[in-house]
Design a protein around this ligand. Structure first.
Ligand SMILES: Cc1ncc(COP(=O)(O)O)c(C=O)c1O
Length: 431
């Protein structure tokens, strides 16, 4: 029953939060006739889908640029000079912050660097940076380059915390234990709140508290958390965080990123920052003074004037999240991911003759977001995901050699998408 297509369709029909799939451009699959249709797109943790409304939004900015030229800074439909302020409220709601604690700017790794300029203040005795052993490579490269920039040996300064032997995901308890035992040498903790590889959701409050109790600064990479799980950054006490908006936030490839700096740091004039003309108080910006007039908001981490064509998709996305609401999206996400998990357990265990695929994402819904990472030992997942897409119209992400990632995104995925993905995987494994 669970594994029948009809059941999946019934779940969709009965769901209290119907997917907003029709508002997105879902990649087409099949060429014509009965096989033509839409993909089961479970790759929104890599790149979210395009909202159909975006074309008109971008058109408005292009039209305003054509019509007003430079005067668009004040006369555009949404004037460009204060444009980033439109994003502040919805971005703050998304991550559980106060409006003055957030700003949308740059891309993620650039923001990690700008924040580390302020919050990685190493000394000879305390210069370690703690990351996950399976941190996304960009974070790993960024922290290594920061340590080297300050004259430390990255091989010694960067502590990579690995899961216990035989386990795939790093436990929050183990991070906390490390920080209580060895925290006196740690300057900065920088973890992915949802790990990109395993899909594990860490306990942000517990790790933040443990890091700060040890005297370290605690920052979070929310690339896989923003728009995926509810966040309460302000209350968690986290020192800072940064996220991109091209995954669960559907703002388009390489789109702009977000930054959170906790209120308690906003008026700290002693923090080093890299500055530009957007760092200064906007009320006096055009007096063209040679020295920055500081502002006590996250805006003071801005450097350049923001790209409006890149901000328009983020604004639209944040409006959609405001409309749906993270609590409802999370509730749906738990249902969708749990359903996919049961299907994988049921169908793939029966289908494969070479050992069942293993879900390496934590089984506890509290310890994960939308993503399930599935290890398929002994199979090269590159060709396997190509077959899933080519033969079944199922988009999954290959992490070679043997892990695929499937992310049912509550904003646009359906129970039927999950059913298609599990059925296709079972068929491919059985072949
Ligand atoms: C966890 C994590 N951090 C950092 C990045 C790099 O982001 P960007 O290229 O936008 O700087 C990614 C990209 O997928 C990511 O998943």
């Amino acid at each position: 029953m669970l594994a029948s297509e009809r059941h999946a369709l019934e779940l969709d029909a009965a769901d209290p939060l119907p997917a907003r799939r029709a508002e997105f451009c879902v990649p087409p699959v099949g060429t014509s006739g009965a096989s033509a249709g839409e993909a089961a797109y479970l790759a929104g943790n890599s790149l979210g889908l395009q909202p159909k409304a975006l074309r008109a939004r971008l058109g408005t900015e292009l039209d305003d640029w054509a019509r007003f030229g430079v005067e668009g800074h004040t006369e555009a439909t949404r004037p460009w000079l204060p444009y980033h302020e439109l994003l502040r409220g919805p971005a703050a709601r998304l991550v559980g912050a106060r409006p003055e604690e957030v700003v949308v700017m740059n891309s993620l790794t650039i923001n990690l660097h700008l924040l580390m300029v302020s919050f990685y203040r190493p000394t000879p005795r305390r210069h370690a940076i703690v990351i996950e052993d399976s941190a996304f490579p960009s974070d790993s490269y960024a922290v290594r380059s920061q340590a080297a920039f300050h004259g430390f040996d990255p091989g010694e300064a960067i502590v990579r915390l690995a899961p216990r032997p035989g386990e795939a995901a790093l436990r929050t308890d183990d991070v906390v234990r490390f920080l209580s035992e060895e925290g006196e040498r740690v300057a900065l903790v920088l973890l992915g709140a949802v790990n990109y590889f395993t899909g594990e959701l860490f306990d942000i409050d517990a790790i933040t508290a443990a890091g700060q109790a040890a005297g370290a600064v605690v920052g979070w990479d929310l690339a896989h958390a923003a728009g995926n799980v509810p966040l309460r950054l302000h209350d968690s006490g986290a020192d800072w965080a940064a996220w991109c908006s091209y995954k669960y936030l559907n703002a388009g490839p390489g789109s702009l990123a977000g930054v959170f700096v906790h209120e308690r740091h906003l008026a700290d004039r002693g923090l080093p920052k890299f500055a530009g003309w957007w760092s200064t108080d906007q009320r006096t910006r055009f007096e063209m003074a040679p020295v920055v007039t500081p502002v006590d908001t996250a805006d003071s981490w801005q450097v350049s004037n923001p790209p409006i064509l890149a901000m328009a998709p983020v604004l639209l996305s944040l409006e959609m999240f405001d409309q749906s609401g993270m609590p409802a999206l999370r509730a749906k996400s738990v249902r969708l991911t749990g359903y996919l998990e049961s299907l994988l357990d049921e169908m793939c265990a029966v289908a494969t003759r070479r050992g069942a695929p293993e879900v390496i994402t934590p089984r506890d819904p509290e310890r994960r977001g939308a993503q399930l990472s599935v290890r398929i030992s002994g199979r090269d997942v590159g060709p396997l995901t190509r077959r899933l897409r080519g033969e079944f119209g199922v988009y999954a992400d290959a992490r070679r050699p043997d892990v695929i990632r499937l992310a049912p995104v509550p904003m646009y995925n359906t129970f039927h998408d999950c059913w298609r993905a599990a059925t296709a995987l079972a068929a491919v494994l059985d072949a």
